[in-house]
Design a binder for this molecule. Structure first.
Ligand code: GDP
Ligand code: MG
Length: 663
């Protein structure tokens, strides 16, 4: 009885300050503030299996919780101890799954077992859904603690194989937050350095600043205990408290008396400092740590609540108001359409991008890249099929040989050759346009989906619209490109003055070219010795501007007339080719630009209206139905805001109180 009074007095001295703090935190816990990702200061009890966790809680609460061999604690058990000095009989209740079940000291163990079975099933499996036990009793310390399943390496019969991982993950979830105080329960009978619970708490609390150790079973291993708790080999900063829990059928009062006697009379245990032994010391220490932790965390919790509240309120405000009338729906549709158009205009025509959009969406810039790459793919030199100089030309000229003056270059031969050369590159513009439309397909679809995000019921027709736009425009575009190439192949024409100028410059080399070929041709009878020697020096190559060194040996077997014509033809082709390539690049660029304009200004609207509105107004009416996803998001946000507002009030009240006490 003496002990009980002492504890009650202890609790009373903190009552005024601690109780409201704790109530506030418990209230926040009850409001399920943790669901919003805001952590609350919590004392978390961990320990290896059978280290005595439940016994310690029992000693603190003065009640019996399921305890014994094997795994007993299978779900996290939050214990809220509240000192009610005026209460003649203790009041106990279990809270789980939104229900409250009253119980009594006598039946609490059974009630916990029943609730555990309801939550985690009747086997030996564990579950992370918590169970809350509220104990209102005279003389208990004002504490809220969570008891977690004990750590076990070896699954017992009926337990899942991954039991260790399951338990470890629940424990980690509870001890990881900086707001958690870790109450590490260690049995005096084991080597602390090999305790699983020590290894786990050290992982999340390296410095040990939020870990407190309770050493149980002091009665079973007094030898060396003093050394163990003073050496502190496992680096615990909040200190050690050695205890002796209830054994067998002892009453709680008897157990406390036995504990006091043990630590004062045992020759070894009595040497341990009195500030480190006994359940009352533990209770007091925990209350102090808890109060300090709560007052330290409160301002931060207040900030986090505010932040989250602001975020959620903004998000709710930004959610689309579902249209409620036909007129509203039309307005919303027009708004969506014009926003999408404006956005497309920005990225495809103006080249203005949102800062946060990814580069792939920078349409104007990506299309410029593609055009540049395409222009590089078109060969700037006219491609030849024969390695030897002028042979392409000579072959065509020979084929088109007709009856006529020998020095008239055949026009049809030129066109034939030009057409053959163009075949080499005719696929390039088509491939380019296919790539451009592939890219635009992606961009247009992404954008239209983004703008219709709030109306999932419209997304299918809008997806169809996007597909139609691209298919239609791509078809037209490919047709236009084919025509461009066809124009080049059926006629040769340019007004470009460079053509004549450059051709003339190149032709100035014709005479010396022919001379070099003729140098050793048809040696005359009057050839002198010197010329015969020169013959062996007949040039096999000649340098031509615009071509570099070219072989000429092989040309000596052809008539002058045909070589001259071939030379002329090659010069024309060379100059004209450059003009053709430039034309294909420029025309295509202009074509793409025009397509973008048509797409943004006409086609998007046309197809969207076609697909969404169709022939009747049914489509638009669909907008009046709010999608279930949006509706539930709105509900969720509203609920969360309510909860946060309430929590904010709770925190504000308690902070006011702290301030007024401080004054
Ligand atoms: P838990 O698995 O960590 O919850 O451990 P329990 O509280 O169920 O205790 C395991 C066993 O150790 C039980 O049989 C307890 O009676 C016993 N035990 C716990 N604390 C003490 C103690 O201080 N002294 C003695 N002798 N036995 C204890
Ligand atoms: Mg237990």
């Amino acid at each position: 009885m003496k002990n009980k009074q002492k504890m009650s007095a202890l609790a009373n001295s903190y009552d005024e300050h601690i109780r409201p703090l704790l109530d506030a935190i418990d209230r926040l816990r009850h409001l399920k503030l943790m669901q919003e990702g805001i952590q609350l200061p919590t004392i978390v009890v961990i320990g290896d299996q059978s280290s005595g966790k439940s016994s310690v809680l029992e000693s603190l609460a003065g009640i019996s919780v399921p305890r014994g061999q094997g795994i007993c604690t299978r779900v996290p058990l939050t214990m809220r101890l509240q000192d009610h000095p005026t209460l003649s009989t203790p009041k106990l209740q279990l809270e789980y799954r939104n229900k409250t079940v009253p119980t009594s000291e006598e039946f609490v163990a059974d009630a916990i077992n029943a609730a555990t079975e309801e939550i985690a099933g009747s086997g030996k499996g564990i579950c992370s859904t918590p169970l809350t036990l509220v104990v209102k009793k005279s003389g208990v310390p004002n504490l809220t603690m969570v008891d977690l399943p004990g750590i076990t390496r070896v699954p017992v019969h009926g337990q899942p194989d991954d039991i260790y991982e399951q338990i470890a993950s629940i424990i980690r979830e509870y001890i990881c937050p900086q707001e958690s105080i870790i109450l590490n329960v260690l049995s005096a009978t084991v080597d602390f350095t090999t305790c699983e619970s020590i290894l786990m708490s050290q992982k999340v609390d390296r410095t040990g600043e939020r870990t407190l150790a309770v050493v149980t079973k002091a009665d079973m291993a007094p030898q060396g205990l003093l050394e163990k708790v003073t050496v502190n080999a496992v680096n615990i900063q909040l200190g050690y408290v050695c205890v002796r829990n209830r054994i067998g059928e002892e009453s709680y009062d008897q157990a406390r008396e036995e504990e006091t006697r043990l630590f004062s009379s045992d020759p070894l245990l009595s040497k341990i400092d009195k500030s480190m032994v006994g359940i009352p010391v533990l209770a007091q220490k925990l209350m102090q740590i808890q109060a300090a932790c709560i007052s330290r965390c409160l301002p931060d919790i207040a900030n986090k609540i505010n932040e989250k509240l602001n975020r959620n309120t903004t998000e709710l405000d930004q959610m689309p108001q579902n249209p409620t009338s036909f007129g509203d729906a039309i307005r919303a549709f027009i708004h969506m359409l014009s926003s999408a158009k404006e956005s497309l205009r920005n990225i495809l025509i103006r080249g203005e991008y949102d800062d946060d959009s990814n580069e792939q969406m920078h349409g104007r810039a990506r299309l410029a890249d593609m055009l540049f790459k395409y222009s590089k793919e078109l060969p700037s030199e006219c491609p030849t099929s024969q390695k030897e100089f002028l042979i392409d030309e000579i072959k065509v000229l020979e084929e088109s040989n007709g009856i006529g003056l020998p020095n008239f270059m055949s026009r049809s031969a030129f066109i034939t050759l030009l057409r053959r050369k163009l075949k080499h590159i005719s696929d390039t513009p088509i491939e380019f346009m296919t790539k451009v439309w592939g890219y635009l397909d992606d961009i247009v679809l992404k954008l239209l989906m983004k703008y219709s995000d709030n109306y999932p019921q419209l997304q299918l027709p809008i997806r169809r619209a996007s597909h139609n736009i691209i298919e239609k425009m791509k078809k037209r575009s490919l047709q236009a490109v084919k025509e461009m190439i066809e124009m080049e192949t059926i006629a040769d024409f340019t007004l470009n003055p460079d053509y004549m100028k450059t051709w003339k410059e190149l032709m100035e080399q014709q005479e010396s070219f022919m001379e070099a070929i003729n140098k050793t041709k048809k040696p005359s009878m009057q050839e002198n010795l010197r010329e015969v020697i020169n013959k062996s020096k007949k040039p096999s190559k000649i340098y031509l501007n615009g071509f570099g060194e070219v072989e000429i040996e092989h040309l000596r077997q052809y008539s002058d007339s045909i070589v001259e014509q071939a030379f002329d033809m090659r010069m024309r082709l060379t100059v004209y080719w450059k003009i053709v390539v430039l034309r294909l690049a420029d025309e295509l660029a202009l074509h793409v630009l025009r397509c973008l304009k048509v797409l943004v200004e006409d086609e998007v609207e046309l197809e969207m209206v076609n697909e969404v509105v169709g022939t009747s107004a049914n489509g638009i009416e669909k907008m009046l139905e709010e999608s279930p996803a949006i509706a539930s998001k709105r509900e969720r946000l509203k609920k969360s805001i309510e909860l946060l507002k309430e929590s904010k009030q709770v925190v504000a009240n308690i902070m006011d109180r702290i301030r007024s006490i401080g004054e």
